[in-house]
Design a protein around this ligand. Structure first.
Ligand code: IMP
Ligand code: MG
Length: 170
């Protein structure tokens, strides 16, 4: 059963707040946004439309999840970056930080490419299962636990098209 957690209005407000914070921090400098597919495709497209800095959008896909609800630990890159990020301001745009393993892996891989700055923007920070030290610079919502879907976020590839965010209840 799906129970609404964040409405499209809540989401819109959060996205505008994040965009304003990013604009403030980067003072019209160029930013490369790295959208982590597939979960953050809607979040990224809303976020970048609120940002007036010169922007470049790139995409990466790593898979850490199968069709279940828990990270399998093994991470593979199935689509790599196309932009050269050396010396650039880079913001990773992620849907959810859960254990933190996925993001830590990506963060370390990108930092090795020597960007000028590397920040993390996460729509949802989920605290309960964090097993690794990683902190997002920009966070839309913080939740303790629960499995959420909607606004790009899936369960077994479903529900990405829902405009609001829901929690799956037994
Ligand atoms: P981590 O490596 O455990 O931090 O996994 C993060 C990834 O797992 C996120 O980018 C999501 O794709 C997925 N994930 C974690 N929690 C949820 C959830 O509640 N709903 C849907 N996907 C989730
Ligand atoms: Mg993801």
């Amino acid at each position: 059963m799906l129970k609404q957690l964040f409405s499209r209005k809540d989401i819109d407000e959060a996205v505008q707040r994040l965009a304003a914070a990013i604009e403030r921090d980067f003072d019209n400098e160029e930013i490369i946004f790295i959208c982590l597919l597939k979960g953050s495709f809607i979040f990224t497209s809303d976020l970048v439309r609120h940002i007036h800095n010169p922007s470049v959008i790139d995409f990466m896909r790593v898979s850490s999840y199968g069709k279940g609800m828990q990270s399998k630990g093994a991470i593979t890159i199935t689509k790599d970056l196309e932009e050269n990020i050396q010396g650039k301001n880079v913001i990773i745009v992620e849907d959810i930080i859960d254990s933190g393993l996925t993001l830590k892996y990506i963060y370390d891989m990108l930092i090795a490419k020597e960007p000028k700055t590397l920040k993390i923007c996460a729509l949802v920070d989920k605290r309960e299962r964090r097993t690794i030290e990683i902190k997002a610079d920009y966070v839309g919502f913080t939740i303790d636990s629960g499995f959420i879907v909607g606004y790009g976020i899936d369960y077994a590839e479903k529900y990405r098209n829902l405009p609001d965010i829901y929690i799956i209840e037994e």
